[in-house]
Design a protein around this ligand. Sequence first.
Ligand code: NBP
Length: 472
Amino acid sequence: MKKYPVGLIGLAVMGQNLARNLASKGFPVMTYNRTTQTAEEFIKAYGHEGLDFCTTLKDFLASLERPRKIILMVKAGAPVDETLNALLPFLEKGDVLIDGGNSNYHDTIRRSQSMPKGIEFVGMGVSGGEEGALRGPSLMPGCNKEAWKVIRPLMQKIAAKDFSGKPCVTHVGPDGAGHYIKMVHNGIEYAVMQMMAEAYDMLKRMYRLPPQRISTIFADYNQGKLKSFLFEIAVPVLSRKDDLKSGYLIDSILDKAGQKGTGRWVALDALEHGAALPTLTEAVYARSLSSFKKERLLLASLYKRTIPKPPIPLNEFIIVLENALYAGMISCYAQGFELIRITAEDQKWKLNFAEIARIWEGGCIIRADLLNFLHEAFLIEKGKPVHLFTIPSIRHALNKDIPSLRAITSVAVQYGVPALAFGTALGYFESMTSAILPAQFIQGLRDFFGAHTYERIDRKGSFHTPWSNLNL
Ligand code: NBP
């Protein structure tokens, strides 16, 4: 019986495309899916590419070369545990299980720790959507060194390429590190998309530009320092004509943003770790705000706005907006990497920030020229988890573009255009670069009403003042 170098379980869109990607790179794949009909249809369509399927897990396992390499692309959560439980009794020493779904990193740590001795478990973040899975995703595996050695040849072949042609995959760290990095990637994706949406909104509301004109502005941005996958796809999203009536499709799409949960995980994780993640969190809130359509319609009728004449000519505004987006995005990345640093310390993961930025250069949704810039910036620091704002090249970029971020945020406020992402990206920068914050005032108030005590800047110790005894 022919033996397969790799097996894949879960044939929804991601699993199918990842299997086809593997086969196209010289790794024939044996597949299995809970619902056999899906596997049958898949193999009918693509079996000739080097793919096959089994109807039972027993046959599936028997068809794989030892040590077995099995990729799970099933729905995150209970389906992963159910699939693992079904597989584990039949696995042998050295077999490697790779969970390529969007699992919560806490689950991945639990699963890694509960693996029977000799069975390797990899929690692998996969980014790039269905197209990326097929043509080359960014891969973020978390596992021990032995498992990485086994899966490396496969993963390096199927991953996207970075700016210098190297595969967008690296051994991120142990157990949950890969899924953690993927989760933060998704949080950054939320923040960047929200900022882009706010830029679109300002051009639409303040300059009354039609979608087609905004798409040409975004197309120009995509030729410069904002060059990225998200700006690339913004162009067809804005310029597509509606098939069902006259006008642009974007104007007929209901303005309620969906979410599958990874953004919320990042926000919750930041709160749990005491990390400051205002823009990524605000992007989650912005999606929630959008969901209150009925309430927004009512309130919009109660608070009428008149939009005044734009503050500066459009051609000038476009340049300021581009710079503001750039500075704002750097702020988003700084927040994301800070969260990673704090968690890595907590989990005792040794992570290489230059490598993380590098594997996001290609394949994933946030791929962008900016990632190459961040990769090089972190390389100067030898991949150490330093704050992005401290790196000279970043400092230079921010000194140049923060005034634009201030200008755009201020114009949004004056014109009544909600700009949660711009505002928080700026707020993060202003706070982190302030030697003194008004937290001293908060400490005073806390000590007044709750005797919570405070520290002083000029001597050690914990102090309490009987405030109400003073002359009030
Ligand atoms: P889904 O997340 O929709 O999962 C569907 C697959 O899970 C099907 O193969 C289904 O089998 C299987 N499954 C379910 Br549901 N419950 C099961 C169970 N109890 N036991 C065994 N199999 C079960 O598929 P997807 O969108 O291809 O995503 C796969 C993973 O990749 C997810 O974790 C997702 O979050 C992640 N991801 C998705 C994207 C994306 O763009 N879609 C991007 C990156 C990562 P069935 O056919 O029998 O129902």
